[in-house]
Design a protein around this ligand. Sequence first.
Ligand code: HEM
Length: 140
Amino acid sequence: MSAYNTPYEALGADGIRDLVNTFYDLMDSDPQFADLRAMHAPDLGPIKQKLIEYLTGWMGGPPLYAEKYGTVCMTEPHEHYWIGPKARDEWLTCMKMALDAVSDDEQLKKMMEVPLFRIADAVRNRDGERTVDPGVIASG
Ligand code: HEM
């Protein structure tokens, strides 16, 4: 038995903020995430705030993102980006590294492993990687 029922109870609002800040700081600084970083806007401030709000509800806390934006569907905000298995796995690796940095609770990490994969794979909108000029893909 764990002392909590949801990741939100385990991490709390401060823990989620730490997690998201660490996640985007890693994305911004670790060269293995350069392609993933390049997909995002130069200023990571707004997306940090949005992911904090999203994960708060997704982890079982107050539904901050849904209250503000009226949905929790992640398909639409990602549809303009090419997200294949490589981007998905980079996102998940970055999130795993961020979790390792902010928490040593292995049970919590285990609890999140499958749900995180499922949501990242739901955001994936391509089966393979981009191999030709982006303009060609945009028009085709
Ligand atoms: C699977 C790989 C993923 C990639 C490559 C990716 C990439 C992106 C990009 C490029 C943006 C736009 C950011 C900007 O304009 O600066 C975005 C927005 C966002 N992403 Fe992801 N993302 C991924 C997975 C996820 C997952 C799994 C979640 C949630 C657990 C998530 C949550 C969000 C949120 C909340 C936004 C803001 C949406 C809005 O505009 O309201 N992303 N993502």
